[in-house]
Ligand binder design. Structure first.
Ligand code: GCO
Length: 478
């Protein structure tokens, strides 16, 4: 071998060695790099799952094993008040208000004669007696009492006054709601609760109508569901005025709460012994996918907008970062309207016409949302922060066939009895509703009644669930 050749070979070898050395270095560099990435990904996964795990522990979605619970055993204190609830526009018929205006304008099913309760209320009071309830929650219609601004209809007031007398003579305590979604057209045309300066019209109306009845009526709900009223009307566009603006909805909700606060103080000033509160719809929002942080974030946002903001207004005088000082402590009781929980994701449908998601083991009601009695307990956790008595001002189910209502009723009552046994101050239960009625955006398609209503001839027939409720009441009213 010549010296030249060997030198070349050596050079080659050295070069090869260098290449392989570099390759090795590169390989280990990439190895370290990818290990670093793996580590970073590992840490992210660990943090994500710990956070999600923590959220799951802190905010469990409680589900009871109903197959192993005997809902026939219900123990309520003797002092517990049994009732049913209705609202003027849903049963009276032939109102002229923001709703009838909306029904016409949007070509919605017209409320028309509804249950013709305005002409049949005496008979309907007999249905209350048949059920055996000791209290009845109903609303008085502002548009009947003050159809034009300042124009006070004494005849309509007399009818409500007669209704109150009739209830009392039957041993049924009235609970009056002053605003249950409907109001006069003149008020709507001034901008309704969207305009802060309009709040005084409502406050004046309440202060003026209250003395007509306050000698006989002790329980008052200022407003019904500020949350549903504002979000359905101003964000989801399904209630009047049919707008779709989340910011407007928030503004209206705040104004309605301010109105509630003002009315509360006026009524308490007029009669310090009266028992005044509002009906709050508590819908529980749960993440649809419990491992998805985006679903959790949406859940927190919705829970705050829907529930937290109102509770904060009542407990701290603060709502959406604004001060609402007169709302603080402005309730002798909190009315709970409880129906369901909503499984939440950022893609939640913005209309009620689409079926909402539900868990596979849950029964879906005709309204499209699940039956979830466990949520009633969770709802009271929100309300307990207020440390005032809870009145269940609404709870029920749309069930035309009455196949679900008996179970629905018993499960919810079981949860309430259990809560009372655990020391929660729940004083009453008002079933929604006495009879089928006009279900707002859903018209007459949803039937919530303990009595079936045949709208052709206005005949009322007690459903099996009505009989179940009747029996439960009579067992407790011995
Ligand atoms: C509401 C109202 C009632 C309804 C009931 C059934 O919650 O919208 O208070 O007027 O009819 O809740 O949906």
């Amino acid at each position: 071998m010549s010296a030249d050749t060997s030198t070349t070979k050596f050079r080659h070898n050295t070069a090869d060695n260098q290449v392989s050395h570099h390759t090795k270095l590169d390989n280990s560099f990439y190895c370290i790099k990818s290990m670093q990435w793996l580590l970073v990904i590992g840490i992210i996964v660990l943090l994500y799952s710990s956070l999600v795990g923590l959220l799951n522990i802190l905010f469990p979605e409680k589900h009871l094993d109903w197959d192993n619970i005997n809902t026939d055993v219900l123990n309520f204190p003797e002092t517990f008040t049994w009732g049913v609830a209705t609202a003027a526009h849903q049963i009276e018929g032939h109102n002229v208000n923001n709703w009838t205006q909306f029904e016409d304008r949007e070509n919605k099913e017209s409320s028309g004669s509804a249950c013709d309760h305005w002409n049949r209320w005496q008979d309907d009071h007999n249905l209350l007696v048949e059920l055996g309830v000791s209290s009845y929650r109903f609303s008085i219609e502002w548009s009947r009492i003050e159809p034009n601004q300042g124009d006070w209809n004494e005849d309509a007031i007399q009818v409500y006054s007669d209704m109150i007398d009739s209830l009392i003579s039957k041993g049924i305590e009235p609970m009056i709601t002053l605003h249950h979604f409907s109001h006069p057209i003149w008020f709507e045309e001034k901008g309704g609760f969207y305009q802060q300066q309009n709040i005084s019209y409502f406050v004046d109306y309440c202060s003026r109508i209250f003395p007509y009845f306050s000698d006989r009526v002790n329980k008052w709900c200022t407003v019904n569901e500020p949350d549903v009223f504002s979000i359905m009307g101003y964000h989801m566009g399904m209630f009047p005025p049919g707008l779709r603006s989340p910011l407007k909805a928030i503004r209206v909700m705040k104004n309605v709460m301010v109105a509630h606060g003002e009315v509360y103080h006026r009524l308490k000033h007029l009669n310090p012994n009266s028992y005044v509160g509002l009906a709050k719809n508590v819908t529980i929002f749960d993440p649809y996918r419990r491992w998805n942080l985006l679903h959790w974030l949406t859940t927190f946002a919705l829970n705050y907008i829907w529930n937290g903001a109102i509770i904060s207004a009542l407990s701290r005088g603060k709502m959406y970062g604004k001060s609402v000082t007169k709302v603080k402590n402005s309730a002798d009781f909190i009315g709970l309207n409880y129906y369901t929980h909503v499984l939440t994701s950022p893609f939640l449908p913005q209309t009620t016409e689409i079926d909402l998601p539900s868990r596979s083991h849950e029964t879906v009601t005709e309204f499209g949302y699940p039956m979830y009695a466990e949520g009633l307990e969770r709802a009271t956790k929100w309300l307990n922060k207020l440390a005032i008595p809870i009145e269940i001002t609404e709870n029920g189910v749309a069930d035309g066939e009455d196949s679900l209502r008996p179970t629905h009723l018993k499960r919810h009552l079981w949860v309430i009895a259990d809560l009372i046994a655990k020391g929660v101050d729940i004083r009453s239960y008002y079933h929604w509703s006495l009879m089928d009625n006009f279900e707002w955006a859903e018209g007459y398609s949803m039937r919530f009644g303990l009595y079936h209503v045949d709208y052709e001839n206005q005949q009322r027939t007690l459903r099996n669930s009505g009989k179940t409720y009747q029996q439960i009441i009579s067992r407790h009213n011995k």
